[in-house]
Each structure stands twice: as C-alpha cells, then as structure tokens.
Design a protein around this ligand. Structure first.
Ligand code: G16
Length: 546
C-alpha cells in the first residue's frame, strides 16, 4: 500500500496553514490560540495515524485540550500506546509536519517521515481521541478527523472527557485480552475500577468529612457527575464551579492553576468552606489537583503537589514496610525545580529524590526507574507508578502474619486506584482521601509534615522566549549568556534564597520562580529577577515587572 496522495492533498487543502506562524510541540503538545490551530489538528491526525502504523497498529491517543490555559486557547497532544506521552523523537516530526508551509510541502514532509521512520503503510492504523469542554473543540476535532481519514485510520471518538480518561483508554485498549490488561476500555469501566478500589481501601475507616471540589468550570465537572453516584455514601463530594456552558467561565478565577499561582481561595468557594474544612481544585482538563483548607482562624492554607507527594510517598513506604516487602520494593520521588525547597529537604531525608525538567513526560520517565515512583509537580500534576516487577512481587508475596496481608491488600488496591498513565485529578483526590482516612489526618496534620518556604512565581512577557536556554534540570540559565551570574549575585542577598528562570512550554512567556525565608523577600526576589530578565531582552518599559 502506498500513501493516498490525492486524498491527502484534497483534505490538506481544506486546512491551510496560517502564514508566518511557527508551531512547536512543547511541554504538553501544541498549544496556542484556538483560532490558528486548524491546520495543526489536521496534521496531528496524519501524524497519529502514521505513528500507529509504525507501532504495528497499536492504538494511539489524541487529546484536544489547552488544560489550565485560557478558554480561547486550545491545544493537542499525542498519547503513546501505554498511555504515556508521545516519544521524544516524534515531537520533532510533529513540529516538522505542523510547519510545512503548504500542501505540497506537507506531502513531501509526510513522505520523508514515512521513509526516515521506516513506516510500513500496509500496517493497520488505530487512533482514539477526545476533547475537553472548550467551545473551539468540536471544529478542531473535525480537522483532526480529516487528518486521520487522509491516512485511512480506524478511529474511536471518546467524546468530551478528561485528559486522564483518554490516557487510561489508550492503555486499556492496547492491553485488552493480554496479561497486562489495565481495565475495561470504557469511561464507565474506568469509573468502576477506581470506585471499587477506593471503597475497599476505606472500608472500616471513620466517615470521611464532606469534600468541596472546584471543577474549574471544566470537563472535571462531567467526570464528577459520573463518580458521585458510583461512590455512593463512601464519600460526599460537593461539586462547585461546574458550569461548562457559560462562555468565559473555564479556569476563570478558579481551578488548580489559579489556586497555585494566586495562593488563595477562589472567591466562589469563600462561603462554602468553614475553618478546618478542606477542599480541592481541578484544572481545566482534570489532570492536576490542588488541596487546601482553612485554619482555625479562617486563613487559607494550600496543600500543593509537593505536599501530595510527601503524604502519599510516606504512606506507601509505611505499607511496603508493614507488608514485609521493604527489602524488595524501594520507593523514590521525582520533582522539578518548582518543588518547594522545604519539601525537597523533607523528602530527601527519607527517600531518594530526583529533580528533572518541567513536563509530565520527564517526571514519568524518571519515576519508571523506581520500584514505586511517586512524581508530582508543585502545580499538582502527578501520579504514582508501580513497576511491572513490583506488581508481580505484590501478586506473589506470601504474607507471614495478618498485618502483612492487610498492608499487601492495601498496596494491591492502591495499584488499581491510581491512574498510572498520567496525573489524574479524580484518582489523585481519591488517593489523598484514602491516606487521610488511614492516618486520621485533617488538613492541619497533613500540612504540618513540613513548613513551606515562602515563594513567588511570576511571568515575564518577552519578544522571543526561545533565547532562554537552561541546564541542570532548568535550575540554571545558559542563555542569555550573562544573566545567570546576575541572578546568582542577587540570590546571595536573600536568606534561604533560590530563584530560577525558564521559558514556558505552554504559554508565550518566561517564568521566574523565587523562594526565600520570608514572604516579602520571596516576592522581592521574584520581581527583581523578573526585572533582570526584562532588562536583558528589552521591550516596552511600561510592561517591566515591578
Ligand atoms: C502542562 C504540563 C505540565 C507543566 C505545565 C506548565 O500542564 O503537562 O507538566 O507543568 O504545562 O508548563 P510550562 O511551565 O512549560 O508552561 P497542563 O496541566 O497545562 O497540561
């Protein structure tokens, strides 16, 4: 079989690339304003179909979402057969296809890809796709479908659903009928799998206090509607910010990214939380989770991805020990440069901890090197991976005493509760609730594992973020050449000061993170470093951070 060039040409002509725009497959795929993404979606369809052929017809996933970004943005990312992010080498193929200036150039790029990637066009092609609730999603999916059609892929439309459900489906479809079967290949099957594991894990524990869940007015609200009846009276979830039909509501003054960056409670939750009560926020596609509670004086306290990692890792270590498996199963943690210095200190005193660049793909990959790898970005994006050998060890272990059996059963149920393909706000929320129930912790006890160093994250809008290049897991800049020395000099003036600068992979900005002993110092350091960044690359003085 050869490429159906006529069909590719006909369909590509319906989706011309906007001129003078360069697309880049970044931290989470392609992401930008939705209005310029039509050609990119078409080409991602072509690429996904070819990737499936390259992998002998294994199902590839495509998720149309811009997650935490504004409603007017959209994006698309590819999911590899085990539910993980697209292999690195193919990111540049994606970028090359997206940037072919016109149909003839696209056909040439596709022919080149078929050759260099040694794609056998006779192989079958299977792709499953989904989208979040963004208004631009439906038409972008039509462009994607045209791309899939151009290569003749068999397709499955998973509809409007969360990013983690799409990742789950990809793995479930590809493992169906094998010894690694991941679960039923449907959203109902996913809900049933997680719910059953949760109920087993909390059996016999004290009733869980009501949990307020901020759905960011996104697709997480639809997921919760399915979970709430399935969970029955095992936990009471009060879903808020679940308006998916009002224009402009998505991620607006609510959701996980708002909570993390503003370090405050969304106003829409103010009347719902009373002192002592905890709540949590999802992001726009429900793959991130932030917790919080109000202390006895009604002050907002944030429990971010670092706090989740610390809570969960400690719990798993305890269970492994109680099950009598501490010699066989080692738990490790993966973080990024954004991890609060206090969390890194707390965790490193107990476990191996690795720091990698931002982006779930980097964390996921590093976590696979541990027997149990716990990874969370400070922004609440993360999960826990049980290696295949660990899963086998759990299945084969013969407990010597009843207490070992109990701990072993909990570990096996956690293996089912956790969506191990990617960060999953619902699965992570249920995981946190299990740990809190087992430890009899309220937000206060959880929060007191360690005290966060005050920190501040700011964005700087620059003409070209690509001039910023980093090393050492994004903790140091190598370009522009003299900027890092200036940052170092500034940081030395602050007690417990730390700061780094990196280009965002999802927004057209440069991010500046700073932490220090006191909040005012962290703020001051962040803004002064942002000023250095701004001065280095120049721009409108009116926009200089201050
Ligand atoms: C995506 C990535 C995350 C990353 C975040 C921000 O999250 O999946 O790993 O932390 O973007 O990335 P950056 O700082 O490069 O803009 P999401 O939830 O938006 O898909």
């Amino acid at each position: 079989m050869s490429l159906n060039v006529n069909e590719l040409r006909r369909l590509s002509d319906l989706h011309p690339k906007p001129r003078a725009i360069q697309f880049q497959y970044g931290t989470a795929g392609f992401r930008t304003v939705a209005s310029i993404l039509d050609s990119t979606l078409f080409r991602v369809g072509v690429l996904a179909a070819l990737r499936s052929k390259r992998l002998d017809g294994k199902t590839i996933g495509v998720m149309v979402t811009a997650s935490h970004n504004p409603e007017a943005d959209n994006g698309v990312k590819l999911v590899d057969p085990r539910g993980e992010m697209l292999e690195n080498a193919w990111e540049s193929h994606a970028t090359a296809l997206a940037n072919a200036p016109n149909t003839p150039a696209l056909i040439e790029a596709v022919e080149h890809l078929v050759k260099v990637a040694k794609i056998d066009l006779n192989k079958p092609s299977r792709v499953v796709y989904a989208r979040d609730t963004r208004p631009s999603g439906a038409s972008l999916v039509r462009a994607l479908e045209d791309g899939l059609k151009a290569i003749g892929a068999e397709t499955r439309d998973a509809g409007v659903t969360t990013t983690p459900v799409l990742h789950y489906l990809v793995r479930a479809i590809n493992t169906k009928g094998t010894k690694d079967e991941y679960g039923p290949d449907s959203e109902e099957g996913y809900v049933a799998k997680l719910t059953a594991a949760f109920k087993k894990l909390i059996a016999g524990k004290a009733a869980i206090p009501l949990l307020v869940v901020d759905c960011a007015n996104g697709v997480g609200a639809l997921a919760l509607q399915k979970f709430i009846p399935a969970l029955g009276n095992s936990i009471t979830l009060h879903s808020v910010n679940d308006d998916i039909s009002t224009a402009g509501a998505l991620n607006n003054a609510c959701g996980a990214d708002f909570v993390k960056t503003q370090q405050k409670l969304p106003a829409s939750l103010e009347s719902l939380l009373h002192p002592g009560q905890r709540g949590c926020s999802f992001d726009g596609d429900a793959d991130r989770l932030m917790y919080f509670y109000l202390d006895e004086r009604g002050r907002f306290r944030m429990l971010d991805g670092d706090k989740i990692a610390s809570l969960v890792a400690a719990f798993i270590v305890e269970l492994v020990k109680s099950a009598g498996l501490e010699d066989k199963i080692k738990v490790g943690v993966v973080q990024t440069a954004y991890a609060n210095g206090a969390s890194t200190k707390y965790l490193s005193e107990r476990l191996p901890v690795k720091c990698v660049p931002t982006g779930v793909k980097h964390l996921h990959h590093a976590a696979e090197h541990y027997d149990v790898g716990v990874y969370f970005e400070a922004n609440g994006h993360g999960t826990v991976l049980f290696s295949p050998e660990t899963q086998q060890a759990l299945r084969e272990h013969q407990p010597a005493i009843p207490a070992q059996l109990t701990a072993l059963t909990h570990l096996l149920n956690l293996n089912d509760l956790i969506n191990q393909t990617v960060g999953d706000a619902v699965s992570d929320m249920l995981l946190v609730e299990v740990v809190l129930a087992h430890k009899s912790y309220s937000g206060v006890e959880w929060d007191s594992l360690y005290v966060d160093l005050p920190n501040r994250l700011v964005k700087v809008k620059v003409a070209n973020r690509n001039v910023f290049k980093t090393e050492d897991a994004e903790r140091r800049l190598i370009s522009p050449p003299t900027l890092q020395a200036k940052i170092d000099e500034l940081v030395r003036k602050y007690e417990d000061g730390r700061s780094f600068v990196r280009p965002s992979g999802t927004e057209d900005v440069v991010r500046v993170y700073a932490e220090a002993r006191a909040k005012s110092q962290a703020d001051d350091l962040a803004f002064r470093v942002a000023g250095l960044v701004y001065d280095e690359v120049g721009g409108d003085p009116g926009l200089r951070p201050r």
